[in-house]
Design a protein around this ligand. Structure first.
Ligand code: HEM
Length: 500
């Protein structure tokens, strides 16, 4: 017998022995169940480009608390409301830290922002500054005129398309609108989209940043292979994007400094003015120039795509469900009555509108995994041991479609929210598009104020159809997962002026 012929057999035995060792060991450690994994890759081969769906399928077999391996990364995936409640409510403080990521660290000024900053004193201080100066209900009310002006411009653009009956790209209009609103509130100016207005520069830089933040970085999951990023050009791409965006943000800070911002009245200060004022006050800590730039980036990255994606999916679902569209338009037009336009004062009376938005966020949370957490110490969740510093991903997408929580879970049925008090503010763990607890989204009021007035205004003024006379059910709903879970294809629609 050729001695070489037993090599595959020996390798096979070693592989099985190692597999058994790892599994018995993890059983002894009482870790959550894991899908079988390959050497080196772990479970990476089981991830599709729509990771929320792949991990949902795995969780259906292995349980709502599951340990998966992406290369050297161990990750806990949470896929039920009960497990999410334990993580984000019962053990909120322990799970309030964020795992490190080399790309984010580089792009976000060494964790000087809020969203990925480690949990601690710095995060607490800058978060309270942001909430007080930009995101509180009072501040959001003060941006009402910005929203109204931007909605008028949006309506005008749609109106122009009505005369030609040509389809318009609603995805593009929504992204542009949310960008203008967030920029005006944060930096006090809007970047028009045409060449030469700074808009195309902003759009290019913003797109590249979002793309980079969605990259699964080899250096994180296989630290020994970090050198590969040098050869693939990723490191150079990150350096270039960072440098270009940094120049752009530097110009914004400089523009604010030459404006004699000390003389500007408090109620006319934008967010950057306020940050500069704090920086120059006797207890200006912890606001450095890098903090100001990182916070601007945070607001752009956290506020623009999430809000426009929600608008895009809401219109998609309404076009696919004409009876819901009709009911919502009737509600909006009834509340408006004989006045020429809807205003923000009308929104509280539009209960079906709120139900439609909740139902959209249940089915299409823009951040299907929220933002990853990491426990600062070992902790027990649902009877399993969760080791300190492990990466935790909460699959809000899977939780929103859990048939144990929702009747006809995959169906768009907004009326379910008329019959229940379930809300997305972080107390009902079956609906957590904004997360929950200390690290939950502080921008809910900012986002919903925009989403509600935009939808109410455009659904009031126009009637909507899919181009080419296609049936509602034929409207493409394919998803793409980047920085947010958005439509794969832009939403093209035909608007006609509502004349009744
Ligand atoms: C529909 C729109 C939005 C959705 C669905 C959304 C969702 C989220 C989610 C899921 C998180 C992570 C929560 C967690 O880990 O528990 C988050 C964090 C955050 N969001 Fe939002 N968001 C939206 C709009 C906004 C807006 C408009 C702003 C600001 C202008 C904003 C600012 C932030 C910030 C600063 C964080 C980080 C909080 C922290 O780590 O302490 N978001 N958001």
């Amino acid at each position: 017998m050729n001695p070489l012929s037993i090599v595959p057999f020996v390798l096979f035995v070693i592989f099985i022995a190692k597999w058994l060792y790892v599994n018995v060991r993890s059983g002894r450690k009482n870790l959550p169940p894991s899908p079988p994994k390959l050497p080196v890759l772990g479970n990476l081969h089981q991830l599709s480009s729509l990771a929320h769906r792949s991990l949902h399928s795995l969780a259906q077999r292995h349980g709502p608390l599951m340990l998966v391996h992406f290369g050297s990364w161990q990750t806990i995936v949470v896929s039920s409301a009960d497990a999410a409640r334990e993580v984000m409510k019962k053990h909120d403080i322990i799970f309030s830290d964020r795992p490190a990521s080399s790309i984010s660290r580089k792009l976000m000024y060494d964790y000087k922002d809020i969203a990925i900053a480690p949990y601690g004193e710095y995060w607490r201080q800058i978060k309270s500054i942001c909430v007080l100066q930009l995101l509180s209900a009072k501040k959001v009310r003060s941006f009402r005129s910005i929203r109204e002006e931007e909605v008028v411009l949006l309506v005008n653009k749609i109106e122009e398309s009505c005369s030609s009956s040509l389809p318009i790209d609603l995805s593009e209009l929504f992204i542009s609108l949310t960008k203008h609103i967030v920029c005006r509130a944060t930096i006090g100016k809007r970047y028009s989209d045409g060449e030469g207005h700074g808009g195309s520069r902003f759009n290019k830089l913003f797109k590249e940043f979002c793309a980079l933040l969605g990259v699964l970085d080899i250096a994180d999951i296989f630290p020994n292979l970090a050198w590969i990023n040098h050869f693939t050009g990723l490191n150079a791409r990150i350096d270039k994007a960072f440098k270009q965006f940094d120049n752009f943000l530097e110009e914004i800070v400089d523009d604010h400094l030459v404006r004699d911002w000390v003389a500007i009245k408090d109620d006319q200060k934008d967010f950057v003015d306020v940050l500069l004022t704090i920086q120059n006050s006797p207890d200006g800590e912890p606001v450095s120039r890098d903090t100001i730039k990182a916070l601007m980036l945070d607001m752009f990255l956290a506020g623009i795509d999430t809000t426009s994606t929600t608008l895009e999916w809401t219109m998609t679902e309404l076009l696919r469900h004409p009876e819901a569209m009709k009911r919502l338009q009737e509600e909006i037009r009834r509340v408006r009555g004989s006045r020429p336009t809807v205003t923000e004062d009308d929104l509280d009376k539009m209960l079906y509108l709120k139900a439609v938005i909740k139902e959209t966020l249940r089915l299409h949370p823009p951040l299907p995994f929220l933002i990853p957490r990491q426990p600062t110490e070992s902790v027990k969740v649902q009877g399993y041991n969760i080791p300190a510093k492990i990466r935790v991903m909460i699959n809000a997408w899977a939780i929103g479609r859990d048939p144990n929580m929702w009747e006809e879970a995959d169906e768009f049925r907004p009326q379910r929210f008329l019959e229940s008090s379930i809300d997305f503010k972080g107390q009902d763990f079956q609906l957590i598009p904004f997360g929950s607890g200390r690290r939950g989204c502080p921008g809910i009021t900012f986002a919903t104020a925009t989403i509600e007035i935009v939808l109410a205004s455009i659904l009031d003024k126009f009637d909507w159809e899919i181009p080419g006379g296609s049936k509602p059910g034929d409207l493409e709903v394919a998803e793409a997962l980047g920085a947010t879970l958005h439509r794969k294809l832009p939403l093209l629609v035909v608007a006609t002026h509502h004349s009744a």
